[in-house]
Design a protein around this ligand. Structure first.
Ligand code: F6R
Length: 365
């Protein structure tokens, strides 16, 4: 079943172009600027009445939700909030009228997310699901939803399901925005960029030997930082989580500018600092953040999509991924971080598919 791969995690990372083609298949058409989401057909009219969105999930699904927040605010212009399922449940979630709640889950069986779903529904929210596992409990209990269609994910660390969740959220953001301010041209351009993502990921996968080298160089260091801004701040969180779960190295993801409000004190000679610096409005700012790291002896591993002289000066390790629409860059920038975590775990002799203390789905609260 593993074919040419050694582990499910590696196989699933490499399957991502094909998986996302399945996620997009029959749903996105850039020529006609159309999005068809079969699971929402009966909901179409109702959807235009929602005034705010509440996304919830755990772990990687929560990170996908954070990326979804940027997408929905930008493309659908709806106020959006993201909650950990486990926290949502025990606060006093104020579900105003017109709230669209969205549960995000690969397995569809995560107990915390199921409990949060019950809580928000009791309080009157309409609940959609963004789920991979067809017919799972969360899929059955939501009012409607969109499946990921990425195929079964067996490796404990989520890879293709995470990218599937982000892909569905980007389609959903356009879907919610299309009857509002978004022009046909804007939609068509965005969708054609989305259609090109699987190919961009194919090219990104060619970076595996570089990521392996970087992993072996730094996997002896027990503390890492991951920095990103804007829509790639959650990418940094996800990169750090991948490293923690499979290699047991301590890593912290941060919005890059927050570093100077405390965590910068941790930076010492040789500390690996992964910085996502793909081009968007924050590019110049993130270069200054890199400078702050470098001047304290940190080792910058920069993920970029348009290298320049400044990057070469600031980072000894430069990883070049293909350019995409900035809002879709997490789909590409996440891939080298998955490969980095995978090879860091191997270099430490660990079982990446069965990390200690973890199970594929967490069915206890
Ligand atoms: C991370 C990971 C977990 C899951 C989380 C939610 O790699 O696998 O953080 O993302 O337990 O699981 P689902 O999506 O099944 O609800």
């Amino acid at each position: 079943e593993l074919g040419r791969f050694e582990h499910y995690m590696q196989k699933e990372i490499h399957e991502q172009p094909e998986s996302l083609r399945m996620t997009l298949s029959g749903r996105v058409d850039s020529r006609t600027a159309n999005i068809t989401l079969g699971g929402l057909t009966n909901f179409e009219r109702q959807l235009s009445h929602f005034k705010r969105v509440l996304l919830f999930g755990c772990g990687s699904a929560w990170h996908a939700g954070l990326i979804g927040e940027y997408l929905i605010e930008e493309l659908a212009e709806l106020p959006t909030e993201v909650q950990y399922s486990s926290e949502l449940r025990y606060r006093n979630p104020l579900i105003e009228e017109g709230t669209l709640a969205i549960a995000i889950s690969q397995s569809g069986e995560t107990a915390d997310t199921l409990a949060a779903l019950h809580e928000v529904r009791t309080r009157g929210a309409t609940v959609l699901g963004i789920v991979n596992n067809v017919g799972s409990t969360i899929a059955r209990e939501t009012d409607a939803g969109v499946y990921l269609h990425v195929g079964p994910e067996i490796g404990v660390a989520s890879t293709k399901a995470f990218l599937g969740q982000v892909t569905v959220l980007s389609m959903l953001a356009v879907y919610l925005g299309r009857r509002k301010h978004l022009s046909r041209d804007t939609i068509s351009t965005f969708l054609s960029e989305l259609e090109r993502i699987p190919e961009a990921i194919e090219q990104t996968l060619l970076l595996e030997s570089q990521m392996r080298e970087i992993a072996y160089k730094f996997s002896g260091r027990q503390n890492w930082l991951y920095l990103g801004r804007g829509i790639n701040y959650p990418t940094a969180l996800e990169g750090a989580l991948k490293l923690k779960e499979v290699s047991y190295i301590h890593a912290e993801g941060l919005p890059a500018a927050e570093m100077k409000h405390g965590p910068i004190a941790m930076i010492d000679e040789g500390m690996p600092v992964v910085v996502i610096a793909t081009r968007d409005v924050t590019y110049q700012k993130i270069l200054s953040n890199m400078e702050e790291v470098r001047s304290r002896g940190g080792e910058v591993i920069a993920i970029v999509n348009q290298p320049d002289a400044q990057i070469e000066r600031l980072a000894k390790n430069v990883v070049v991924v293909p350019r995409t629409q900035p809002m879709l860059s997490p789909l590409v920038a996440s891939v080298p971080l998955q490969l980095l975590a995978y090879h860091a775990a191997l270099s430490r002799g660990l079982d990446v598919d069965k990390p200690r203390n973890l199970a594929k789905s967490v069915t206890v609260e």
